[in-house]
Design a protein around this ligand. Structure first.
Ligand code: 5RP
Length: 272
């Protein structure tokens, strides 16, 4: 079981929600389809319900906003939901870091969310505001036993994806009470990000990669260095073969496949 010491200190509801998200092997594959909350109808996510449907059987949880959940997702699904509760800015506005809380914890409870997620913008103009939002959200969610996943945002500055910065953001998020931290993978010293963060770390993918093998390699290396899994969106559902992609990613995470073995799974699945 992952991080047994901290889990033992938790109440039943918090433990139960976390164990829906993180599987018995201690690993997790979260599927985010929340991009529209600041990007609008992102490519291949124009109809988010249709995008998610064939992928859901292979995901451990679905991350999205309440608007898409209520309007596009069948309420009979049994997969846990990670509800994005921060937002309020768009790619057309002045500053993406100017986010606040957009959904109450009461509504998250009503929607039977297993966790909520919120972005923090370390080093950005609204850093303080986002960190205070995280702290307040954790205070409220602790009352109800709901885990908070902090999303360490890097905005458009992809060069900020380096270990020292990501380690700082991830540690700050954990210090303020996040139960899971979503950050980015970096090739150099990624272990410093995980080792400096006392709660489980999942990685996002960012814009679609050049090849699927590259994605399997990131994930494999991140897991080797201590990440528990992914919160991976565009590199799954923007791919021409999204089901083959998620099956192969699942193989790396839950079946310990090496990148070249995942590639074989992908090649077989894409021709089905
Ligand atoms: C958007 C998010 C996404 O959920 C996160 O970035 C993961 O998606 P991708 O793998 O497409 O980057 O938080 O703000």
């Amino acid at each position: 079981m992952f991080l047994l010491c901290s889990v033992n200190n938790m109440d039943w509801g918090m433990k139960n929600r976390l164990s829906q998200l993180v599987q018995n092997d201690g690993k997790a594959l979260f599927l985010p389809i929340d991009h529209g909350y600041f990007q609008g109808p992102t490519r291949k996510l124009e109809k988010p319900g249709k995008t998610a449907e064939p992928l859901l059987p292979y995901a451990d949880a679905l991350m999205l906003t309440r608007g898409v959940l209520r309007s596009a997702i069948d309420p009979s699904i049994t997969k846990p939901v990670i509800l994005r509760v921060s937002g309020g800015s768009t790619i057309l506005g002045d500053d993406l870091s100017n986010e606040g809380i957009i959904t109450s914890v009461k509504d998250a409870v009503r929607l039977n969310a297993s966790a909520v997620s919120l972005s923090i913008f370390v080093s950005a103009k609204y850093e303080h505001q986002s960190l205070m939002s995280l702290s307040r959200l954790v205070d409220e969610c602790e009352e109800y036993g709901i885990p908070v996943m902090a999303v360490t945002a890097v905005g458009k500055e992809l060069e900020m994806r380096e270990a020292r910065f990501l380690a700082l953001c991830s540690r700050v998020a954990a210090e303020l009470g996040a139960k899971i931290v979503k950050t980015y993978y970096c090739k150099e010293n990624f272990e410093k990000v995980v080792n400096g963060c006392p709660v489980p770390v999942v990685i996002a993918g960012g814009p679609k990669a050049e090849s699927e093998l590259e994605v399997f390699e990131w994930i494999y290396d991140a897991l080797e260095k201590g990440a528990i899994g992914v919160n991976l969106g565009r590199n799954i559902w923007q791919h021409d073969h999204p089901v083959a992609m998620i099956k192969a990613v699942r193989g790396v995470i839950h079946e310990n496949l090496k990148p070249n073995e995942a590639q074989q799974v992908f090649d077989q699945e894409k021709n089905r």
